[in-house]
Each structure stands twice: as C-alpha cells, then as structure tokens.
Design a protein around this ligand. Structure first.
Ligand code: MG
Length: 302
C-alpha cells in the first residue's frame, strides 16, 4: 500500500501512527462538510449540503440520516453544554438544537438585514458563538437558495447568546470560511477562501489575537494553503492546525510550518477529531467520509 501521508518536516512522523491507514467510512454525498463528534454517544454527524441532509455515522452501525431536510446546513459544532450548533445556508441562520430536538435560532439578521449564508461556527468556552458569513449558500440554487446579499459584505460575527447581541468580529475578509480557536483560546484562526471564485483571491488562514473583551487584533496570514482551500480545520492539543486542502489534510505547527499532509483522493472540505481518545481524525471530502487514527488528540470539547 502506498503511503497515505507526505512528510514535509520530520516532526510529522511524531503525529502519525505506523500501522494506521485511511479508512473510507461512507461514500454517497454530493458535498460532505461540517463534521462534529458526539463523544457522549460516540457518533459523528456531518452535512451533505447539496442533498439538503445531515448524516450520522457510528462504529459498527454505519451511516444513517440524521436530519432531512436540513435547510442546507453546512458547518456544525457543539457548545459547552453539548448542544449542536449549526450553520444553515437555506434559512440563512445559525441555530442550536436543544436536547428535546427543538430548534432555537441564535442569529439570522445583522442590524435588520438577513445574513448571507453562515458557513462555519465555533463556540468559545465563555459561551460566545463565532461564525463566518460568506455568500456560498446564496450564489446558486445548489447549496441553498440563490439570492442577493442584503448586507453586501462577508463578515465574521461574534454572538453573545445570553444577550442576543451580534457584533462584527472582523470585516476585512473576502470570503471568511473555517475557523477554530487555539487550545488556550488566545488565538482565533480564520480561513479566507476567496480564491474559490477569484483565481487571484485569498486561499489562506489568518491568526488573530483574542482580547479579554472578545475583540480581535492582528490577523496576519498564518498559512497559505495550496493546493485548494482551508474550508475547515481543527486544532490538536499541541496547537497544531489540521486543515482541509485540495489534496488532503495539511498539518501546520503553531508557527505556521507545514509538517506534512494526509493524502485523500478527493477534495477535502473539513475534518474533526473524534473517537474515545479524540485521536481519530474524521475527514469530510466531496462525496465521502474518511477516518484515520493519528498520534495527536483534538482539543477537548463536548
Ligand atoms: Mg466551510
């Protein structure tokens, strides 16, 4: 079997397991995205955006429909109470699924105007909800419903779910996309995938310092992703960034050094750590869900 990985820095060997390989857990999506691990139930939920559904995979049981229709849900995460938080392209909103299954709308407008199509979301330990709002879900009738942007710009937002206050966290992105905090939450990494519709557009991840008041500063480019885009990514406990790219998952150190790649035969959209020890990397890639055990652990969330 050919190597499933590509080493760019010898330290990447420490992140891998000698006998591991990439498993294909499911094939049959149109565009798989938004993986989120439910540690309490030991299952993975992810989005199949154009098919307007969410799927669920559990070891030994396989794949089932989790939610259909899903309002063309894209990115998913869980808050500190373990509740599912989702970005719905179709309804142009961020929602929370309560333990009884009911849906609470967290955000659908900014200053009276509809959001574009929330793409990816992360919840900080203080409960604030951070999400990106590029126009991918309103550009066509494929991943949502074609419509004009009411806001006319693509921002990153911060929501205080207690007060309901929604504020702009950053307003200088072309198309903000994946986002994740460093393990100590002092850094917020945010991808810009403007190159999806402009060959000269950005295809990088930026790193922002997170102030005690929740304000972002800095925002220098952390890594240029090539080939492909940083649609989504997660961090391990050492602060390494495991990001989607056109040829697989790329792993970067906190100083932005590319350690290596896990090669995947389809374009990768996102990934997340799961399994009982959070050392199994689940990878959503175009039509499929893949998984590989690695010698790294994802940052602990519910
Ligand atoms: Mg995305």
């Amino acid at each position: 079997m050919a190597d499933y990985f590509e080493v760019h820095d010898d330290r990447f060997h420490d992140c891998l397991l000698g006998n591991a390989w990439v498993e294909t857990l499911f094939t049959g999506s149109l565009w798989a995205e938004g993986p989120v691990w439910f540690a309490d139930g030991e299952y993975l939920v992810w989005s199949d955006i154009p098919n307007n559904r969410m799927l669920c995979w559990k070891e030994g049981l396989g794949t089932a429909i989790f939610r259909s229709p899903s309002n063309y849900t894209n990115g998913n995460t869980r808050d500190r109470q373990g509740r599912l938080v989702s970005c719905e392209h179709g309804a142009r909103r961020v929602t929370r699924t309560e333990p009884d299954g009911s849906i609470t709308v967290l955000a659908d407008r900014f200053e009276g105007k509809r959001l574009n199509s929330p793409n990816d979301v992360v919840v900080k330990s203080d409960g604030t909800v951070w999400f990106t709002d590029p126009p991918y879900g309103i550009l066509s009738d494929y991943e949502g419903y074609k419509a004009d942007s009411e806001i006319g710009a693509n921002h990153v937002y911060r929501l205080d779910p207690e007060s309901g206050a929604l504020s702009i966290a950053s307003d200088d992105f072309d198309k903000p996309n994946g986002l994740a905090f460093s393990p100590d939450e002092s850094i917020l990494y945010i991808a810009d995938t403007g190159a999806s519709h402009d060959p000269n557009g950005p295809h990088h991840i930026r790193a922002f310092s997170v102030g005690a008041d929740g304000r972002l500063s800095g925002g220098d480019v952390f890594a240029e992703i090539s080939p492909g885009l940083a649609d989504g990514f997660r961090l391990d406990t050492e602060g390494n960034v495991w990001t989607s790219a056109g040829d697989g998952v790329h792993c970067y150190t906190p100083d932005g050094t590319l350690l290596g790649k896990i090669l995947i035969p389809e374009k990768v959209s996102n990934c997340t750590f799961g399994g009982p020890r959070r050392n199994r990397l689940f990878i959503t890639a175009t039509t499929s869900l893949y998984a590989v055990y690695v010698n790294a652990r994802g940052v602990q969330t519910p």
